[in-house]
Design a protein around this ligand. Structure first.
Ligand SMILES: Cc1cc2nc3c(=O)[nH]c(=O)nc-3n(C[C@H](O)[C@H](O)[C@H](O)COP(=O)(O)OP(=O)(O)OC[C@H]3O[C@@H](n4cnc5c(N)ncnc54)[C@H](O)[C@@H]3O)c2cc1C
Length: 454
């Protein structure tokens, strides 16, 4: 048997997604007698927890999103295919994906689905046009264009009402992402942009953090939530709690308070950090397998992370509903390693499934430079110690030596100094979403697209 024959006959693991779940599964299989095909709709692995720093000019997109094929270049048993998986045929064990090159079908022995989650507008998808979410590089670059663009337009504006609207920034959702965004926009306005403008003073900006919940950082203790709120208020952020967003348009948003009172905030820039919904692949898989999904569209999996009735298919990370585990990076990484271990055991002939056990290493959220909150196995920290811990953890998990070094340099520039070295923003970044949607509608069925088999 030649080495090509051996490779062809190896157990084929197809991994959908190049996020934390997909990447950790693939890397954990590096020394196993399998071939791995990773199919993902982007060519990069995205470190989502630092997206807000791309949106606010601290980091470049390359630092948080290295090319997946470069990350996996030394792993000889892994290959990377660009494509959005649109269908899984559970009976034939075939995955269909689409890319600008056309449709590709890939057969598998084991399938690991880690397609993550997208932004949820709770049934109001039209809000997305005016209030981009924070889920992708596109989102972060669009927001960067909108945020820095708002200051540029305010500099040109003579009408005080319009100028005020341009200098008002509303972040919807007071979880870690919303808190981080609001804190960073406040730092931009009050610190980083000082001296950059002649007609406006960026410190006149109004930054509002809105949430329907009664407290910010609801998953943290009351003590840490209060510490974060104090820090945000010191930075000049207005916190509006118990307020539900009922409408969003290009010039502002409508709110309804818990007592039913309605109000409006005039704001050109809105950021949506309020809800997530699992990839639609989840519902599709669940329907095909007769399994169920939770309210966020996550698939209710077996204790070993497999799809009910289909032990050869695993659903992990943000797409998986198991033991009420949260949609966080640690769950995705650990579930990825777990299923790699299950695949290894099965190949050795061990048939009894092992349940996934999550080891909670704690949670943290940063508020501003030098200030974060952290809960590490009951040890609650706020302020500088939590921020140093946050810094160390994020550098540790960033992929790639070069990215770690340049990220540290950029953090030095932004946190010790007050510069933002990644402020490039173009109109194309801001308008591309609408242009692409129009193009996609026009090209619903691309001509001449062939079908490839892998
Ligand atoms: C802004 C933000 C901040 C966050 N901050 C933190 C934090 O501080 N700490 C923390 O623990 N967690 C944080 N999270 C959550 C954490 O990033 C996620 O839990 C984690 O990324 C989930 O990993 P995953 O592999 O399940 O999905 P993802 O990382 O989302 O990866 C999904 C992958 O699937 C691909 N994909 C999607 N659909 C398809 C398809 N149909 N076909 C092919 N490929 C597809 C995507 O391109 C991507 O590669 C944050 C998330 C966001 C958005």
């Amino acid at each position: 048997m030649t080495s090509t024959d051996r490779a062809a006959s190896r157990h084929h693991v197809v991994v959908v997604g190049s996020g934390f779940g997909g990447l950790f599964t693939t890397r954990a299989l590096a020394r196993d007698p399998v071939k791995v095909t990773m199919i993902a709709s982007t060519g990069h692995h995205l470190f989502q927890p630092l997206l807000y720093q791309v949106a606010t000019g601290i980091l470049s997109e390359g630092e948080v999103a290295p090319a997946t094929r470069d990350v996996l270049r030394r792993q000889r048993n892994a290959r990377v295919l660009l494509g959005t998986v649109t269908h899984v045929d559970l009976e034939r064990r075939v995955v269909t994906s689409v890319s600008p090159a056309g449709e590709t079908t890939t057969s598998y022995d084991t399938l690991v689905v880690a397609a993550g989650a997208g932004q949820s507008y709770f049934g109001n998808d039209r809000f997305a046009k005016y209030a981009p979410g924070m889920k992708s590089i596109d989102d972060a670059l669009e927001l960067r264009g909108r945020i820095f663009g708002a200051f540029e337009l305010a500099e040109l504006e003579h009408d005080p009402d319009v100028r005020r609207r341009l200098l008002t920034f509303v972040v919807v959702g007071a979880g870690p992402t919303g808190v981080e965004m609001a804190g960073q926009i406040a730092e931009l306005a009050h610190r980083a942009l000082r001296g950059n403008f002649r007609s406006i003073d960026p410190r006149d900006s109004r930054i509002v953090l809105v949430d329907a919940a009664p407290a910010i950082l609801g998953t943290f203790s009351e003590k840490l939530s209060r510490a974060a709120a104090r820090q945000l208020e010191d930075l000049g952020v207005e916190i509006r709690l118990g307020a539900m967003v009922t409408d969003v348009d290009s010039d502002g948003l409508e709110l309804r308070d818990a007592d039913g009172a309605t109000s409006r905030i005039e704001a050109r820039t809105k950021v949506w950090a309020a809800g997530v919904a699992a990839s639609p692949l989840g519902r599709q898989l669940a329907e095909a397998a007769g399994a169920t999904t939770d309210r966020a569209g996550r698939v209710e999996v077996e204790p070993d992370c497999s799809l009910p009735g289909h032990p050869e298919v695993f659903v992990i990370g943000d797409m998986m509903a198991l033991d009420r585990l949260p949609g966080v990076a640690q769950v995705a990484m650990q579930s990825g390693k777990h299923v790699a271990g299950e695949i290894r055991r099965r190949l050795r002939g061990e048939t009894s499934p092992r349940p996934f056990r999550f080891h909670d290493k704690g949670s943290m959220a940063t508020v501003s430079r030098f200030h974060a909150v952290a809960d590490v196995r009951g040890l609650e920290l706020a302020g500088l110690p939590a921020w140093v811990m946050w810094l160390a953890v994020h550098v540790f998990y960033l992929i790639g030596f070069k990215n770690r070094v340049t990220t540290l340099l950029h953090w030095t520039v932004s946190f010790i100094g007050r510069g933002r070295s990644e402020r490039t923003a173009t109109l194309q970044q801001v308008r591309a979403r609408e242009a692409l949607a129009a193009l996609e509608a026009e090209e619903a069925a691309p001509e001449g697209a062939g079908t490839m088999r892998t």
